[in-house]
Design a protein around this ligand. Structure first.
Ligand code: IMP
Ligand code: MG
Length: 176
């Protein structure tokens, strides 16, 4: 199998968008107790850029969920591999996700985190494959709507590869 890699969103465009999102979040949460929760592994690069562009204090934690494994199709079954460790009761939560595809992961995590009784839960996602949604989750802060391609880079992987790329690309698998 040959993997062909194409560029989709370049570094400069990501940088500008992250700044824009951080400004909006900083202003919306200026009088709140914000906790960012990054969804691992894919959101680690996005969250680390986002948090450094915020101009308000915040806490941050991570939740690790099962990934696609080697495929490019979601199984729809979400498993929590490692839960958050800070107390979010009565706090304002911003879930930070790399990419929304079917929406099933976010739905599952919102239900899971709601049991811990936060004051609010909102969503910040860098990428959204709108046409693939199986469930409608409002994305409060969105970077880019993208076509139905399998994307990689900027923390996002295919079979654990390509996370290191500073830009967002997409791959096509060719039988060789
Ligand atoms: P959903 O539950 O179908 O919305 O899937 C969301 C998760 O699947 C994201 O957090 C990603 O980790 C992963 N994912 C979805 N689309 C892609 C993709 O194009 N490339 C890599 N991972 C993806
Ligand atoms: Mg993810």
């Amino acid at each position: 199998m040959n993997i062909k890699l194409f560029k989709l969103i370049d570094e400069e465009d990501i940088k500008n968008k992250v700044k824009e999102l951080a400004e909006k979040i900083s202003s919306d949460y200026s009088d709140k107790e914000l906790i960012l929760i990054g969804i691992l592994k894919g959101a680690f690069v996005f969250l680390s850029d986002l948090i450094r562009n915020l101009t308000i204090p915040c806490l941050c934690d991570f939740i690790k969920v099962s990934s696609y494994g080697k495929g490019t199709e979601s199984s729809g079954i979400v498993k929590i591999l490692s839960d958050i460790s800070i107390d979010i009761k009565d706090k304002d939560i911003l879930l930070v996700e790399d990419i929304v595809d079917t929406g099933l992961t976010l739905k599952y995590l919102i239900d899971h985190l709601s049991l811990k009784k936060p004051k609010s839960i909102k969503i910040c996602a860098l990428l959204d494959k709108k046409e693939r949604h199986k469930i409608e989750i409002p994305i409060d802060y969105l970077g880019f709507t993208i076509p139905n391609k399998f994307v990689v880079g900027y923390g996002i992987d295919y079979d654990e590869k390509f996370r290191y790329l500073p830009y967002i690309g997409y791959i096509e698998l060719e039988k060789s």
